[in-house]
Design a protein around this ligand. Structure first.
Ligand code: F6P
Ligand code: MN
Length: 317
């Protein structure tokens, strides 16, 4: 714990991530893993700030062009996870397959991650993030309810790390010493949204999603969208009053976002804050993945608004 001079000369104590996790009663191996991911993020920040903004000349398993930054962030995180000594295998949004790290899968955890979500926003200087989902054991094809931890790191004007281990949602900020210290404990969602962040092309929405948007707007819910899942989701979570969605589209019945790398971790965080996450018909965390690059529609945020989305989608039949 470190004491710094706070406002009006008062001493303000900063609680760092490791200490907070210990006080939360987490097991030492999980603490080690989360702190290793936090360490890796410092190198990812550096590559975002100074790295090559060009394309890597390769594409990922979704056929999306990879940027040099995607590839670099992936390598930074994978190397750190591999050297952590507690990880059995990993799968990344940027790699084509599960990477077994520990011989004979002896590590305690498996990790699914999106190393640099929204990377195409870096060259226009908007916020991006890293998303991580952690399971115990070596099976990554489990429903999201089995996650033991989920977190994201948001690289905005400030860098923040938001995690859950199933005991609420806690936000940490990077300080001048590049340590993550506690900003807010037990972030909570209110029942009703005041902002919404919609992904996809509106002309391709199905009638249910169209109706949902009209209802939100007639309730005075305002549009707040940057185009990056992590900053858009973070705004909703930290304000406690919003709904994020990337729906099924007429030409993409599974939407765009990926269950293992994006939706499960965000759904776990949202539920732990008292919100909800659905594919329009079912709870996201109950979905059993059939393949690790599975996509799903996503409606996530205040409970009442997610229920309203489900009601509109149900009417579609
Ligand atoms: O990786 C997916 C992503 O970049 C998210 O960060 C974002 O929410 C979404 O795609 C935006 O997609 P679209 O441009 O289709 O709305
Ligand atoms: Mn992504």
């Amino acid at each position: 714990m470190e004491a710094t001079a706070g406002q009006a000369g008062k001493t303000k104590f900063q609680i760092d991530l490791r200490r907070y996790l210990r006080e939360d009663g987490e097991d030492e191996q999980l603490i080690h893993l989360i702190c290793e991911i936090a360490e890796a993020s410092k190198y990812i920040i550096n590559s975002i700030r100074t790295g090559d903004l060009g394309v890597a000349g390769t594409s990922n398993l979704y056929g999306e062009q990879q940027l040099a930054l995607d590839v670099l962030s992936d390598r930074i995180l994978r190397k750190r996870l591999a050297q952590s000594g507690v990880v059995s295998n990993v799968v990344s949004e940027e790699t084509a397959d599960i990477v077994f790290i520990a011989p004979h899968r002896t590590g305690n955890f498996s990790v699914a991650y999106d190393p640099l979500d929204g990377s195409s926003l870096v060259d226009v200087n908007l916020a991006v993030g890293t998303i991580v989902s952690i399971y115990r054991g070596c099976d990554l094809m489990q429903p999201g309810t089995k996650q033991v931890a989920a977190l994201y790191i948001l690289y905005g004007p400030r860098t923040t790390l938001v995690y859950t281990t199933g005991h609420g949602v806690h936000e940490f900020g990077m300080n001048q010493l590049m340590e993550y210290t506690l900003l807010r404990r037990n972030v909570r969602m209110e029942p009703k949204a005041s902002i919404y962040a919609p992904g996809g092309l509106r002309s391709l929405y199905t009638p249910g999603t169209g109706k949902f948007v009209r209802q939100l707007e007639s309730n005075g819910v305002k549009l707040r969208y940057s185009g990056g899942l992590v900053p858009d989701f973070n705004q909703i979570l930290m304000k406690g009053k919003g709904v994020f969605f990337y729906p099924h589209l007429q030409n993409a019945p599974q939407g765009k976002l990926r269950l293992l790398f994006e939706l499960n971790p965000m759904a776990f965080l949202m539920e732990q804050a008292g919100g909800a996450a659905s594919n329009g018909r079912q709870r996201i965390l109950d979905l059993v993945p059939q393949k690790f690059d599975e996509r799903s529609p996503f409606f996530c945020g205040c409970r009442d608004d997610v229920a309203m989305a489900e009601a509109c989608i149900r009417e579609e039949g």
